[in-house]
Design a protein around this ligand. Sequence first.
Ligand code: NZQ
Ligand code: ZN
Length: 381
Amino acid sequence: MQNFTFSNPTKIIFGKAVVAKLAPEAARAGKKALFVYGGGSIKKNGVYDVLTAALEKEGVAITEHHGVKPNPALSHVRAGIRKARTRNCDIIVAAGGGSVIDEAKAIAAGAKYGGDVWDFFCGKAAIREALPLFTALTLPATGSEMNSGCVVTNEETEQKYCAQGAPLFPRVSALDPETTLTLPRAQVANGAVDSLAHLIEGYFTTKDRDNGVTDEVVHALARSITASTERILKDPADYDARASMMWSATLALNGLAACGYGGLTFINHAIEHSLSALYDIAHGAGLAIVMPAWFRHHLETDGPARLEKFGKAVFGAKTAEGTVRSFEGFFRKAGAPVRLSEAGIPASDIPRIAENAMGLIRLWGLQHEQPEIEKILRRAR
Ligand code: NZQ
Ligand code: ZN
């Protein structure tokens, strides 16, 4: 096992009717909130009413910043920063999925920074401070509610990049599984694919394969995600399955499932971010296309050992190829596309997709060249 530091300061409040509990936590940190949300799902599932009433009861004044898009856009982040400054906001409250929380993080850091917020995403500046952030999660997928990363798309340059820094950890996140009951089927699938992707990025690219405990954590979370998702697809009102899924997705990217791996690269994410930057498809859908192709590439370059171990523990698969087919089968069953063509992306675009992915690959210092990325993408045609 490689040396590691594990530190996660986010307080989680989990369970039924916990959203209102975010308000007193937020009120202890500030009295002027920028309230960030998306296209209106929180108005339909009641989170908006509960949270705004609870914040008002605590004497917190609210400035709304809504309309966050899936794959949040830099221009909207900049507008949020201007609003937070003009209204002298001292805290950020975000309610929604990963996109809402990510945009809230970027605003939280940008509001405290003299330069342009995009500097954080292209490695020109480090995040040293941020406004305190409080989140109510409504979509289990990204882990953003308990991690220190955020992803934003620069629409002008077609770059979907990440920023990271300890000040971005939410102070408190409220996770009420009942708020996920309104999720469309496609978002259930996207969340399942994304949370599985977070588990495999460390597991398969580790340089150190003798890490019994983290391997077992990954297997257990992957089993929980696949089993919970199957239960949710069968019975969307299954509270315990919703709860298991929600907590599993959080644990899949809060640092726990990568301890001691050392060699985490996020190569599937680097390729996927290019797909969602260029075609604005859902992150989970893009990953469902990239992962099977990357697994087959990994089998060729690194051999069958990790695929066999994972597949045996999670799917009961007997071979490495059987593991890849099990992933594909699960993604298909959930309703996610597993080929570029299924998402309407022509194979003739592969060089352009690979070229775009190279921006992130170089920024992250990964050892891959464009022909290799094109080869992986050709397996996804
Ligand atoms: O905008 P609203 O109206 O809220 O609707 C959203 C959105 O249309 C809807 N939704 C959310 N909760 C709902 C709901 N609809 C009904 N009922 C609910 N309870 O779902 C749609 C998708 O939401 P989004 O936030 O975009 O999805 P997700 O949570 O999957 O977030 C994806 C974004 O996070 C980034 C992705 O790249 C992508 O931009 N990621 C962030 C990471 C991080 N911060 O650590 C890591 C991930 O790897 C990922 O890259
Ligand atoms: Zn992801």
